[in-house]
Design a protein around this ligand. Sequence first.
Ligand code: KIV
Ligand code: ZN
Length: 394
Amino acid sequence: MTQNRLYFFDTTLRDGEQAPGCSMTAAEKLKMARTLESLGADILEAGFAAASDGDAAAIQTIATEVRGPVIASLSRSRKEDIMRAAEALEPARRSRIHIFLASSDIHLQYKLRISRDEALNQAGESVRLAKQYVDEVEFSPEDSTRTDLDFLCRMVSIAIEAGATTINLPDTVGYAIPAEYAAMFRTILEKVPGADKVILSTHCHNDLGLAVANTLAAIEAGARQVECTINGIGERAGNAAIEEIAAALHVRQDKFPIEHGLDLTKLYPASQELASTISFGPSPNKAIVGANAFAHEAGIHQHGVLSNPLTYEIITPSAVGVPSNRMVLGKHSGRAALRARLIQLGYQLEAAEIEAVYHAFTALADRKKAVYDQDLINLVAQRERKAGLVSANS
Ligand code: KIV
Ligand code: ZN
């Protein structure tokens, strides 16, 4: 195992797809799987085979057609689910069954209605069974972050002994804070025999807006797989967003001396493709892929970015596949952005003319939310007409 290689496990097609407004047809899932492959995701969780015949069929098609990444299916800790997953994954070049089983008392008591000992037995048995059918077995103690730590260590230890190759510690309900999530990984590494021989994985939900922060904290603590989705889609407030994790690792290489296989320039196209496939896109202020992520309206910022983008941009738009940054002309904009836009529109105006257009522009911007190219063309035309009248009359 390379200690510095980080594996991206994309669950857009499973945790992402199971969120409201995010379902996809089998054809859409296959197209998205190809996009995720070209993005460089290492593992694709293609669905949950036991959830429906349609999902099983979609996993099987992806396993047949998409040959680069490991293809995974989610599975409850039950024989029927494991067999459905194994069957759907049969054509895969490399296959993984991802077994989850609740570990927190609240889930054991109110959801599964089983004792801790019963859960430990199920964990060992299901991993041993899955091992017979696939190349890799991942085990997730669901709701890890609300689980008694000693019990979590016992469950993880049993899963490793039974042959799990990846141990995922999900923050199922987005409850953890970064230092605490990192400490959980350190404890597992310290206390569980063999934990340093498997891949430890993060899976963070965004209920408190901390999914990416928690993911990064766990990487610092030794996690070497991150589970994430395009645009951060997923249950409730979503999962950790792949584009945010990748950009953070890129911008802060000083803190994360780590290798991975993602091609960052494919992030924005993947985000756009997902947005056009499901019912919604990222919010405008979404980091990295939102419409405003590289847009500037305030005059001071526009002036800075026009003279050197590094003044207000920590990553270039092209590094993540965004075609360019954008100067939005509105009431907060200054002369520098106006001049730059007028030049792009083909107007080479003298300083005095720019000043006059600028005054007309600010008056208009006070009345309108945004000033478009056609507004600028009209303003210049008005100025030219006025100037023509003045010189004709004089
Ligand atoms: O959030 C969660 O706990 C999950 C598991 C199935 C890994 O999605
Ligand atoms: Zn989840």
